[in-house]
Design a protein around this ligand. Structure first.
Ligand code: NAI
Length: 796
């Protein structure tokens, strides 16, 4: 072609990236990878291998070892053997290793980028300019946390051995997100890459050797879901960190329930991309390209639901189609390609099936008129319009280059549509009106909000979801907490298992007439005293065995009513922190006015001495003051991300929380668990100690006189474990804390998998509720909030 012709057509010429060095790396290994255990390359114990395919050519790249359960056991043993020495060398020594890894990633950046593109099918532009630089940045950032760990995380220690299971869409980046914080915190790692994309993890293992990592600190076991299952089930693992599908996330939640393993899950999404009529429309079109055609749309936080204000919808869609027509799909090693190959035939089929289901349900499909490449697994950029908000195409994660578009009228409509999803990972908001953007951002239920931008990531800004997009954050300070635990935990004793079972419920009124302390406390729902739906009561015995009274025997219906009341009490979450503090101080004041009465109640119930009971009431009042004080001080942050923007990290309440209280210190335990969530703006359904519930039922009289809005603090009495299980299974409950004295935590964790609610359970460890280190402070605030990062770019 002549230069004149090139000017005529303005067509792209080929700009291929050379694959020779990556091919040579594969050849040097005989195109067959091994398992990396204790710094040694090992063949899989049963000699099983599977093919890794280049999705752009459909040709095999290498044979990957399928790790067996025996191999996983070896890897865990190696990680265990290495862990205490790795923790003991201290943060600064670990920082050196992480810096070394960061530097080596940079040194081998191009090899990583090419290998990743060959293995995954994503364009070299992305692996070269986004994935690999972010990987290096992650190791540098976490080298920093390792350096500062003693100062920034006092009273914490590593969790131990961490099992990490990652997906195929950002193979090396997800490895970095998992490995860097785990190592910085002093954990050792058993990591399983996704079966479609194991190669860059193998190259990374090479770097671990070069960086001088002690044997066993990083172990890489390749394989499919069976290897993942063996990691999840392994009793020698202290935490599972998973990124992948919500289905597998749910299985992992259920499989780890009651095991004491810590868990973070980063799951799917169907993120909204909201364009208001005053947006820079050309900028927003480019935003859509980055939102849904980045990595072929195989991105958990892809902006896959376009919401466009009705007045500009036609114009915007026309601009978008014009832009789609110019996108280039093809060889991902070509530097001028926008869209590469889909990772595997199974994923391509899934996309095709979901798109067909969408059109069968009435959606209008639009694709550019150019033909997609024939070899390899390619899918063109696709737009579905005329879709209903509840349709499968709008609700299901397609995980491909498919955008669905819906119109909206008002900002309130936009928020309602955006939040009409079981997911909550990310959202993009496009408007030139900063007031509107910052009004909308907090109302969106997602872990990240990008204003006039999309798919921005940085190690300093924690990333993670709300709702069925999972829980926990990766990156930033909050991401470090996900790999640490308080040091005092290991000193705690377990609950006494020999405690007698609770008395059975009886018809209301049967016992109370015979008691001296006769009062028939009710439950407290929506700011009203309510009778139990069951019509049954439970006798409550005093320490001397006499009958101290009876309480309502709450059931599923009472929990449901309490959850409805809590859901409706939105005003509490919207109140200013100053207002919430005032109410909490007021509860403290009113409790103080009745201190003697509460002291006597505690004594009668638990048999505590006068001194201890007095101390419990005083500590409860003090704790109320503490959280009144915290209410307006547990601030967010502004992160220094390396882009022209401010990244505002806000601590948001989780929403409606179930709180299951211990038998020990029945008033102080309840206050210690109920008040931090309230201070942060959650509404709660508290289940007081089943054995000693009367302090809680007395407390509602205090709440009644303390301006606590109805529905923000509900109390349901009865069998704590069964009420906890109902709360954990309830889809409208966002989180459950179970510090009950029985084994309810396991059932809570299992049932929570339904809507992926966050849980925090005692793991049968008995805290001292009088000890502020164990029973108050930031850990409680952290567990009832989630960080939302709002990215606000600046500059013209
Ligand atoms: P997946 O969730 O099955 O795979 C993710 C990882 O989990 C892989 O390493 C896999 O080997 C492992 N795994 C699979 N079954 C397991 C089990 N029972 N126990 C432990 N580990 C297990 O995702 P898959 O099948 O690759 O993709 C299916 C769909 O998941 C996609 O179409 C997409 O919708 C979604 N997905 C979402 C991702 C995200 O980043 N949110 C990433 C990958 C997939």
């Amino acid at each position: 072609m002549t230069v004149a012709e090139i000017f005529e057509t303005l067509d792209y010429g080929p700009a291929p990236e050379a694959a020779a060095i990556a091919d040579a790396w594969l050849e040097a290994r005989g195109r067959r990878t091994a398992l990396f255990i204790a710094n040694a390359w090992q063949a899989p114990s049963d000699g099983g291998y599977f093919d890794s395919i280049n999705p752009a050519t459909a040709r095999p790249l290498a044979k990957i070892a399928q790790a067996t359960t025996a191999d996983v056991n070896n890897a865990v043993a190696a990680a265990r053997a290495a862990q205490s020495a790795w923790a003991k060398i201290g943060g600064p020594a670990r920082a050196r290793t992480l810096y070394a890894l960061a530097r080596m990633v940079q040194k081998h950046a191009r090899l990583f980028a090419v290998l990743e593109t060959m293995d995954n099918g994503k364009p070299i532009r992305e692996t070269r300019d986004i994935d690999v630089p972010l990987v290096a940045r992650h190791f540098y950032h976490h080298a920093g946390w390792a350096q500062l760990i003693a100062r920034e995380f006092p009273g914490h220690e590593p969790l131990g051995v961490v099992g990490q299971i990652i997906p195929w869409n950002f193979p090396l980046l997800m490895l970095a997100w998992k490995v860097a914080p785990a190592l910085a915190a002093g954990n050792t790692v058993v990591l399983k890459p996704a079966e479609f994309t194991s190669l860059t993890a193998i190259l990374f293992a090479d770097l671990c050797l070069d960086a001088g990592l002690p044997p066993g600190v990083v172990n890489i076991v390749t394989g499919d879901g069976r290897t993942g299952e063996a990691i999840v089930a392994h009793p020698g693992i202290d935490k599972i960190a998973f990124t992948g599908s919500t289905e597998v996330g749910r299985l992992i939640r259920a499989a780890t329930a009651g095991s004491g393993k810590a868990l973070t899950l980063e799951l799917g999404g169907k993120s909204p991309f909201v364009v208001f009529d005053d947006a820079d429309l050309d900028g927003a079109v480019e935003g859509v390209v980055d939102a849904i055609w980045f990595n072929q749309g195989q991105v958990c936080c892809a902006g896959s639901r376009l919401l466009v204000q009705e007045s500009i919808a036609d114009t915007f869609i026309a601009k978008l189609k014009a832009r789609m027509q110019t996108l280039r799909v093809g060889d991902p090693l070509d530097k001028s390609m926008d869209i590469g190959a889909i990772v595997a035939p199974v994923q391509l089929e899934k996309i095709e099936t979901l798109v067909k289901a969408g059109t069968a349900a009435g959606a209008t499909l639009w694709q550019p008129d150019w033909a997609r490449p024939k070899d390899g697994y390619f899918y063109p950029p696709t737009l579905l319009t005329d879709v209903g908000p509840a349709s499968t195409a709008v609700q299901e994660e397609i995980f491909g280059p498919v955008l669905v578009a819906l119109p909206f009228r008002t900002p309130a409509d936009a928020i309602a549509l955006a939040n009409n999803s079981r997911y909550g990972l990310a959202a993009s908001v496009w408007t030139e009106n900063i007031n509107l953007a910052l009004d909308i951002a907090p109302a969106l239920k997602s872990g990240v909000v990008w204003i006039n931008s999309t798919n921005l990531f940085d190690a300093a800004a924690g990333f993670g979801g709300y709702r069925e997009s999972g829980f926990g954050r990766e990156g930033g300070r909050e991401g470090m907490y996900a790999y640490l635990k308080p040091t005092f935990l290991k000193g705690l004793k377990s609950y006494d298992r020999s405690a007698p079972a609770l008395a059975a419920p009886v018809p209301a009124g049967v016992t109370s007439a015979t008691t001296e302390l006769d009062r028939t406390p009710k439950m407290y729902i929506g700011g009203k005293q309510t009778r139990p739906d069951s019509g049954y009561s439970r006798p409550v015995y005093a320490a001397d065995g006499s009958l101290a009274g009876e309480v309502g025997d709450g059931n599923r219906k009472d929990v449901r009513d309490a959850v409805v009341a809590a859901r409706q009490a939105e005003g509490w979450s919207k109140a200013t922190a100053h207002n919430r503090a005032q109410v909490i101080y007021y509860i403290a004041e009113n409790l103080e006015a009745r201190a003697t009465e509460f002291r006597d109640r505690i004594r009668a119930m638990t048999g505590a001495s006068k001194r201890v009971a007095t101390r419990e009431v005083a500590a409860s009042i003090d704790r109320l003051f503490t959280y009144g004080a915290w209410a307006d001080k547990y601030d967010g942050r502004v992160h220094a991300t390396p882009l022209r923007n401010v990244t505002v990290a806000m601590n948001e309440p989780l929403g409606v929380m179930g709180i299951v209280c211990p038998d020990d210190a029945p008033l102080l335990g309840l206050i210690s668990l109920a008040v931090p969530p309230l201070a942060m703006g959650n509404r709660i359904v508290a289940v007081p100690s089943a054995k000693h519930p009367l302090a809680a039922t007395d407390l509602y009289q205090v709440l009644d006189t303390s301006d606590v809005p109805g529905g923000s603090f509900n109390i349901v009495t009865g069998d704590a474990d069964s009420l906890a299980a109902v709360l954990a299974a309830h889809d409208d409950v966002d989180a459950v804390w179970d510090f009950g004295s029985n084994d309810g935590g396991a059932a809570v964790e299992r049932a929570s998998a339904g809507n992926m609610k966050q849980t925090w359970v005692s793991d049968r460890r008995r805290r001292d509720w009088f000890d502020p280190e164990q029973a108050e402070g930031e850990a409680f605030l952290r567990h009832c909030t989630q960080v939302k990062n709002i990215w606000v770019p600046y500059g013209e």
